[in-house]
Design a protein around this ligand. Structure first.
Ligand code: NAD
Ligand code: ZN
Length: 391
């Protein structure tokens, strides 16, 4: 037996999605849903709502103004955002219970508005209700707009293991509204840039050069520059999902997980003190130096990229990298086994070769990794002692 149901969803770029005269969301609902009005539930990231007072009222007014197309089965519900959203079943429980209470049907729509962690948690619930209710994602962070929100996965962490739970469940639609990015903290504005570096390093050298050339504009929060970064990074992520031949990751290769074996371990080692994007920046810095040591890219390129990430304000070192188990082995190297387990037994680590393209290796030399870590630590200390910000 062979089945291959076609999946397709629009990824729209807009400004002020919930402004009374913005037709983008309502037009999609009108085009897509058979039952009119389309019954919706809306879940909003609490951190976003705090930064944008009145957001839930604006969303409610948008829907109330289109009674023939959409209706809310319950008022928008605020739930906590940030990584803690993924560390328990709390959010999925609340989403599922509300859906049950209002008798949501399979053709209804769940609208999730928030950061990457929030979308992962609400998306997990949406994938379970009636075995999959339509999920509309409205990503509101740089990372969620340029990477996680446009993809096909959701996830929850379990027992300190990143994304131990989750499903592959393509959304019904994605609406990227760049105006949301204006209220992000500097930290989250910068953290999301790491995933753009990532796709540049392993998929598009010209884009990587563009990011490095626009580092100053990105750092001073120029929205137009960020819109271009988000768009190209999202396109590269989507291109991979569409063209890789393995959108649901049945094989062991994870070309979009460059730098992630160490990043995921660092997130749990720091008890989520590091943001996902920050941990990815550190993991990439390590793997860039490693790739240079292995002769896959010139050392000068590795140093240039790590320097550019640091100047933008991304971390390239964290003290948790130096923590050792009683055996003397660095704790972060446990990330190699955890990554292997996540892939399904066979270790495949993506590294750049040459810049803008990639290769895969099936093992990592821990001695060489330790040398690379020493260099990253030295680099960071030199920068701090010279008073340069950014690491
Ligand atoms: N599903 C996937 O394919 C995929 C891919 C990459 C990353 N991820 C996941 O994404 C998560 C990281 O997402 P993130 O970087 O968006 O961080 P995040 O979701 O933790 O959000 C960071 C903070 O910003 C707040 N926030 C959200 N939007 C805001 C806004 N517009 N203004 C002010 N504050 C706002 C949130 O409340 C939170 O406190 C990780 O859990 C990571 O594993 C998933
Ligand atoms: Zn990532």
């Amino acid at each position: 037996m062979r089945i291959s149901p076609p999946f397709g969803y629009p990824v729209c770029f807009t400004r002020n999605l919930f402004a009374p005269d913005n037709p983008v969301l309502a037009d999609w609902v009108a085009r897509t849903t058979d039952t009119k009005p389309c019954r919706c539930l809306c879940f909003v990231d609490n951190g976003l709502a705090r930064a944008r007072p009145g957001l839930c009222d604006r969303i409610s007014s948008y829907v109330a103004a289109r009674p023939e197309q959409m209706s809310f089965a319950a008022p928008p519900l605020l739930l906590p955002g940030g990584e803690t959203a993924k560390n328990s079943f709390d959010i999925p429980h609340k989403v599922i219970r509300l859906a049950r209470r209002v008798h949501l049907c399979r053709h209804s729509v769940i609208l999730a508005v928030g950061g990457g962690a929030f979308l992962d948690a609400v998306g997990f619930a949406a994938a379970l209700i009636h075995r999959g209710v339509r999920l509309v994602r409205v990503p509101t962070t740089v990372l969620a707009q340029n990477d996680s929100g446009v993809g096909v996965k959701n996830g929850l962490n379990l027992g300190g293991v990143k994304n131990f739970l989750g499903t592959f469940a393509p959304p019904a639609a994605v609406f990227n509204d760049s105006v949301f990015l204006e209220t992000l903290s500097d930290r989250d504005w910068i953290a999301g840039i790491a995933e753009a570096f990532k796709v540049g390093v392993v998929r598009d050298a010209a884009f990587l050069e563009w990011i490095m050339a626009h580092g100053a504009a990105l750092k001073r929060r120029d929205l137009c520059t960020m819109e271009r970064l988000v768009r190209r990074s999202a396109e590269l992520h989507i291109e991979h999902i569409v063209a890789s031949g393995d959108p649901f990751e049945f094989g062991s290769a994870r070309p979009l997980d460059f730098g992630h074996w160490a990043a995921h371990k660092l997130e749990s080692l720091t008890l989520n003190e590091l943001r996902h994007g920050e941990a990815v920046a550190v993991g990439m810095a390590l793997d860039l130096f490693y790739a240079a040591e292995k002769g896959l890219i010139p050392s000068s390129d590795a140093a240039r990229i790590v320097g550019a990430m640091a100047r933008i304000g991304l971390p390239v070192w964290h003290e948790a990298l130096a923590l050792r188990a009683p055996s003397g082995r660095l704790f972060v190297f446990r990330g190699i086994e955890e990554f292997r387990e996540h892939l399904g037994g066979e270790l495949r680590i993506t590294l750049p070769k040459p810049l803008g393209a990639r290769t895969e290796v099936s093992s990592l030399d821990e001695g060489v990794l330790e040398d690379c870590l020493d260099r990253l630590r030295t680099l960071t200390r030199e920068k701090v002692s010279h008073g340069t910000s950014g690491t």
